[in-house]
Design a protein around this ligand. Structure first.
Ligand code: NAP
Length: 254
């Protein structure tokens, strides 16, 4: 129970990696605000799963798009109203489309930047302000991607957002350190979720993906949770800020 008494806001926690992170933080004793955009039933299932454990920690679902300042304000206010404070922010809500560079339309570019990069900025700023106001030595973890460092076909727009998350992590780590707030990132490789399920069902695509991963493993959402708990632990990670842990089976080595 490393996180007993803490409150964590996890964006995009209705499904995939965010869901797994919410469950992982809850199993260490944290109260959880489960943010989502559309999938209310899925978010409610995560809430029920947390409440069904006998750990005594609470969970709420909070609808809102991380890409608009108004929604971000509502999500943060609701979380504070329910729990009184936010100790941990996990910026995870993200989208991915695969489009050749020459065909990316302005609307597609804007939409991916707004969710994957602007959303992380808006949430980080709104939550960090509450941490500073309440004197909380908080922790922010940004879910980046191995593509913050390497290239992949048809993912220029996506990779650019993750490279931005890499610098956002370092800048905010530097500027929030005087307030006792640590900021780190996790960079997953291929993790089987709704984001890529269709592609991984394609045998040829999957074989090519596996060929790029030295350990030869497509990850599961649970592969991310141990590192999140570690980075959020005041004791184990108290000196760690501005760093990125790659959870990619060695993909970034190639
Ligand atoms: P996923 O299964 O598609 O889930 C995406 C989550 O984000 C859902 O909960 C969705 O909410 C939420 N979401 C999307 N746009 C949102 C918005 N504007 N506001 C609030 N919530 C929003 O995706 P995933 O694979 O778990 O990916 C999670 C993160 O990991 C992303 O940042 C992604 O870039 C990163 N990542 C994934 C992989 C991978 O291989 N899967 C690899 C590297 C990095 P609804 O359910 O309401 O739609």
């Amino acid at each position: 129970m490393k996180l007993k008494g803490k409150t964590a806001l996890v964006t995009g926690a209705s499904r995939g990696i965010g869901r797994s992170i919410a469950l992982g933080l809850a199993s260490e004793g944290a109260h959880i605000a489960i943010n989502y955009k559309k999938e209310e039933a899925a978010a409610e299932r995560v809430k029920k799963q947390i409440q069904s454990k006998s750990t005594g920690n609470k969970a709420i679902t909070v609808r809102g798009s991380t890409s608009t300042k108004k929604d971000v304000g509502l999500v943060v206010d609701r979380t504070i109203k329910c729990f009184g404070k936010i100790d941990i922010l996990i910026n995870n809500a993200g989208i991915l489309t695969r489009t050749p560079f020459l065909e990316i339309q302005e609307t597609e570019w804007d939409s991916i930047i707004e969710t994957n990069l602007k959303g992380y900025f808006l949430m980080s700023q709104a939550v960090a302000l509450t941490m500073v106001q309440n004197g909380i030595n908080g922790s922010i973890v940004n879910i980046s991607s191995v593509l913050e460092k390497i290239t992949a076909p048809n993912l220029t727009h996506y990779s650019v957002t993750k490279a931005g998350v890499s610098m956002l992590t370092k800048q905010t780590a530097l500027e929030l350190a005087p307030h006792g707030i640590r900021v780190n990132a996790l960079a997953p490789g291929f993790i089987s979720t709704d984001m890529n399920r269709q592609e991984l069902d394609d045998k040829e695509f999957k074989e090519a993906a596996l060929g790029d991963i030295p350990l030869g493993i497509i990850g599961r959402p649970e592969d991310i949770t141990g590192s999140v708990v570690f980075l959020c632990s005041d004791k184990e990670a108290r000196l760690i800020t501005g760093t990125t842990i790659f959870i990619d089976g060695g993909r970034s080595l190639k």
